[in-house]
Design a protein around this ligand. Structure first.
Ligand code: PLP
Length: 363
């Protein structure tokens, strides 16, 4: 019996995406696996929102349920394992937040130092707390994400002992494609449409690769159309040119010159899908709707996917009975400061007794 065969049964039997999907990944038996048992995230049906959107069969892929609260863990397990395999002495990334949280956690697990470059003052507090708590060395730079990425790429090129774990690291996308496998495994088929937020454009590229590979392997009969959603203030792929000063409340997709832009455009075209942009107001509306009608707390960038669906619901993209998967890329607790003003504000009771409470609550 293998070591894993002696473990407690139940959910803890899930070994993480590298073990579970090993035949589809560039991993040989016996290679080191750095894992926090990422993946196997819920695919949650949302009948109320599905009805509102014209009677579609709507599902949310809850990537915020990954160990560090975003899909970045799927690629980080592979990137970190390969860094260990080749004897890297440290890892480095530029990050709008979630990559740094994942890199820091997986580096801690691997026993490697982690260096993180973040655009000054633009990272959600929860993500910053994660990176620091896991012991990453954080360098704040005056500049945006795109400039930070260029800097760490050059650094890793000159210092070969340091492994770059941004999504330009090919192992990141290989790991992230497992989310598409899971969607098909959970639905029993490929959905008709997949809505997904787009920042550096790695994830949409990885999903498409996953759907294509599953179809080729005979594990899915079709592939979904892709709806890639950018924030209006950071929509280089929609506008067809880089955005020098990207701005949006959805910090995880505040990227003006996506590294995987060309691949993403190709994926969307092959799928017969489309790219769209949504305003910050639409993003915040969608995140409130998710939280208050379906009980799902997603970070703003994630809610962009639902905002994109809502924008095109009446425009012929959606038809009754269609199966639609909306990828919610990160957990709402990542960005409490953006969330706090969104809901009802606290009320005061004059004193701690039932009568005062009833008065405050209007009962
Ligand atoms: C990284 C990230 C994105 C964007 O993914 P890309 O691969 O950069 O397009 C979207 N949402 C969240 C929560 C993220 O962390």
């Amino acid at each position: 019996m293998t070591e894993s065969g002696t473990m407690v049964r139940g959910n803890s039997a899930w070994p993480g995406v590298m073990e579970h999907y090993r035949p589809f990944l560039p991993v040989e038996p016996g290679e080191p696996v750095v894992t926090l048992r990422e993946g196997n995230t819920p695919l949650l049906e949302a009948p109320r929102l599905g009805a509102v959107l014209g009677g579609i069969r709507l599902y949310f892929k809850l990537e915020g349920c990954n160990p560090t609260g975003s899909f970045k863990d799927r690629g980080m397990t592979l990137a970190m394992s390969k860094a260990v395999l080749r004897g890297a002495r440290a890892v480095v990334c530029a990050s709008t937040g979630n990559t740094s949280a994942a890199a820091a956690a997986y580096a801690a697990r691997a026993g490697l130092p982690c260096y993180v470059v973040v655009p000054g003052g633009q990272v959600a507090r929860g993500k910053l707390a994660q990176a620091l708590m896991h012991g990453a060395l954080l360098v704040q730079v005056d500049g945006n994400f795109d400039q930070g990425l260029a800097a760490v790429r050059a650094l890793a090129g000159e210092h070969r002992e340091v492994e770059l774990v941004n999504s330009v690291n090919p192992y990141r996308l290989e790991g992230q494609k497992t989310a598409a496998f899971e969607v098909v495994d959970q639905l029993g088929e490929a959905p008709d449409l997949l809505a997904i937020p787009v920042g550096n454009a790695g994830n949409i590229t990885a999903y498409w690769r996953g759907f294509c590979e599953y179809q080729r392997a005979g594990l899915a009969s079709g592939r979904p159309r892709l709806l890639g959603v950018q924030a209006a203030g950071a929509a280089p792929l929609v506008e067809g040119r880089p955005v020098a000063r990207p701005e949006t409340v959805a910090t995880a997709i505040r990227i003006g010159n996506p590294a995987s832009g060309p691949l993403a455009l190709q994926a969307v075209a092959e799928s017969g899908g489309m790219l769209t942009a949504v305003s910050d107001e639409e993003i915040l509306d969608a995140s409130r709707l998710l939280a208050q009608t379906e009980g799902i707390f997603a970070e703003p960038a994630s809610a962009a996917s639902l905002a994109g669906l809502r924008r095109h619901a009446g425009a012929g993209l959606l038809a009754e009975g269609m199966t639609v998967v909306c990828v919610l890329t990160g957990h709402g607790l990542k960005d409490p400061e953006t969330a706090l003003p969104q809901g009802p504000q606290p009320i005061r009771a004059a004193s701690p007794d039932a009568a005062s409470l009833a008065g405050a609550l209007g009962l």
